[in-house]
Design a protein around this ligand. Structure first.
Ligand SMILES: O=C(O)c1ccccc1N[C@@H]1O[C@H](COP(=O)(O)O)[C@@H](O)[C@H]1O
Length: 228
């Protein structure tokens, strides 16, 4: 399905229910759970240190199962062209999620090279980090506003940690954006109301153990998101 990111800038402002992304799908049952719950996006992680990491062949097998309506997002961390070429030549991906220290120039290069919508993740821990969001909104199709990973964290994201949502309360950017970081069915409504997010992303919060998605938790998360 073509992803309507350009229109989404307007669409996501006010219309329709808040959209959910379920990140770190690793099995056919996860894809089915995300789709049947009504998630708008499913994320595939290409980062070897993650418990959700997928080989290219495994990702391809999952991606072809995704129905129309579940946009397929490839999450990479400081990937070089060779890694991106390998992923995108085999896996039918709709959106690239850049979750490393990619500079604005690198984001622009990736957008130009692959012609896919790019969502740049920016970690937020304090007000200074919010400035980076303005910088990246000039070069990305979408922003992902995530908690900044602690320095000693094994992963740059997917740690189940939230940030102080008041830091972005009332903030708007020129691009569609998604809220992430420590979201669960129990806190997503509060996060949406406080930040005004129209899209939310979850990984750890719908898992029974790290890397293992739980279909009931996915359904509960999407229900809480839509009802917010
Ligand atoms: O999920 C991962 O394993 C991961 C690995 C490396 C970078 C980012 C990762 N996940 C992203 O992190 C945020 C927040 O996740 P959580 O809900 O707090 O666990 C989300 O955007 C994931 O896409």
């Amino acid at each position: 399905m073509p992803v309507r990111l350009v229109m989404a800038g307007a669409d996501l402002g006010a219309q329709g229910p808040v959209r959910a992304k379920i990140c770190g799908l690793t099995t056919p049952a996860d894809v089915e759970a995300a789709a049947s719950a009504g998630a708008a996006y499913g994320g595939f992680v290409f980062f070897a240190r993650s418990p959700r990491h997928l080989s290219i062949s495994a990702a391809r097998e999952l991606a072809v199962l995704a129905p129309v309506g579940l946009a397929k997002v490839a999450l990479t961390v400081d990937a070089d062209d060779a890694q991106l070429d390998a992923i995108l030549s085999s896996v039918p991906i709709d959106i690239l999620q850049l979750h490393g220290k990619e500079t604005p120039d690198r984001v622009s290069q990736i957008r130009a090279r692959y012609g896919l919508p790019v969502m740049k993740a920016v970690g937020v821990a304090d007000a200074a980090d919010v400035v980076a969001l303005d910088l990246y909104s000039a070069v990305s199709d979408m922003l992902l506003v995530d908690a900044k990973a602690p320095k000693d964290a094994a992963l740059p994201g997917g740690n189940g940690l939230a940030f102080d949502w008041r830091l972005i309360a009332g903030r708007r950017w020129t691009r569609p954006w998604m809220l992430a970081g420590g979201l669960t069915a129990a806190n997503v409504a509060e996060a949406i109301h406080l930040t005004g997010a129209r899209q939310v992303d979850v990984s750890s919060g719908v898992e029974s153990t790290p890397g293992k998605k739980d279909a009931d938790m996915i359904a509960e998360f999407v229900r809480a998101t839509v009802a917010a």
